[in-house]
Write a protein that binds this ligand. Structure first.
Ligand code: FDP
Length: 298
């Protein structure tokens, strides 16, 4: 049985980074425990004007307080915070970007949701996705699964009955599959995106879209295909966020041989302008992302 720690000890990561990864991964235990008491909406809105689920707020506060006390991180950019949270006295020199609870609308219906995390070296969380040191997510489904890359392939771990992450799959390669799912209302899609979805349908693609980016991406990582949240009429920037969602998931996709694009360029090459930088997202198997880009160009 190979544990997360055994795996980390085989990587080139420095000790404090290994400790930080483990610390974050095991917050899945208290977060999962908090589901039962945080099933409703919180009557507040986040910086994007979106209703916050009670669990969004709980997970956000919890991770910020654990990381603040740990001394590992100089800064945290969270989807639930308007501003970057800074810890100038931290002895560690990392910054964390996070969506503490992705897929909020599915909490009340007990479908899979997750926590998305990126770690950069240095105190600036507004870096390009390609400069991430670590990208990971914890997926709260029938099992608690951790997907992790430290820039040397993608590995998944499942939590066993003793609360230990054990290796599930190593060096995952995303196949050229045919699943597809798109956010946004069909009657608001722009022509290039409509053409792309028609192409997916005509080539025998199967529709898969749950309302949780992290869960839908995990399916794409396993079977191949594409998840997209496009630009729509009146919202050329789409819905998802570059810093907290696009970059960590895109880094994992690329490490698994897949690709991520905003429809015109590799998402990981974009320098974020601000924490709440939004972007259209196409992520999945490499060839499908190439077809998405060529549809967008026409
Ligand atoms: P949510 O707002 O519920 O956290 O990140 C935003 C996100 O969910 C993604 O997880 C999900 O794929 C998408 O938005 C769902 O948006 P729609 O309800 O517009 O489909």
């Amino acid at each position: 049985m190979k544990t997360l720690r055994h795996y980390l000890d085989e990587t080139a990561c420095e000790e404090p980074l290994k400790d930080l990864i483990e610390l974050i991964a095991y917050q899945s235990i208290p977060i999962r425990d908090a589901f039962i008491d945080n099933q409703t909406y919180a009557d507040t809105e986040n910086v994007y004007g979106e209703e916050q689920a009670a669990l969004d707020k709980w997970a956000d506060q919890h991770i910020i307080s654990v990381l603040g006390e740990s001394g590992f991180v100089k800064a945290i950019a969270s989807e639930e915070q308007a501003d970057i949270v800074r810890f100038p006295d931290a002895y560690g020199d990392y910054s964390v970007v996070m969506d503490p609870l992705d897929g909020s609308s599915l909490i009340q219906v007990n479908l899979a949701v997750g926590t998305i995390i990126g770690i950069y070296r240095g105190g600036d969380p507004l870096q390009k996705g390609e400069d991430l040191a670590v990208a990971m997510y914890m997926l709260y489904g029938p099992m608690t699964v951790l997907a992790l890359t430290v820039g040397d392939g993608v590995f998944t771990f499942a939590m066993n009955s003793e609360g230990i992450f054990v290796l599930l799959k190593e060096d995952i390669q995303m196949p050229e599959g045919k699943l597809f799912g798109s956010g946004g209302l069909r009657n608001e899609w722009l022509p290039g995106h409509q053409d792309f979805i028609s192409l997916c349908e005509q080539s025998g693609g199967k529709l898969r879209y749950s309302g949780s980016f992290v869960a839908d991406f995990h399916q794409i990582l396993t079977y191949g295909g594409v998840y997209c949240y496009p630009a729509v009429v009146g919202k050329p920037e789409g819905k998802l966020r570059l810093v907290f969602e696009g970059n960590p998931i895109g880094f994992i996709a690329k490490q698994a041989g897949g690709a991520i694009s905003d429809g015109t360029q590799d998402l990981l090459t974009i320098l974020p302008e601000k924490p709440d930088h939004r972007t259209p997202i196409y992520v999945g198997s490499r060839k499908i992302i190439e077809s998405a880009e060529s549809c967008m160009k026409q």
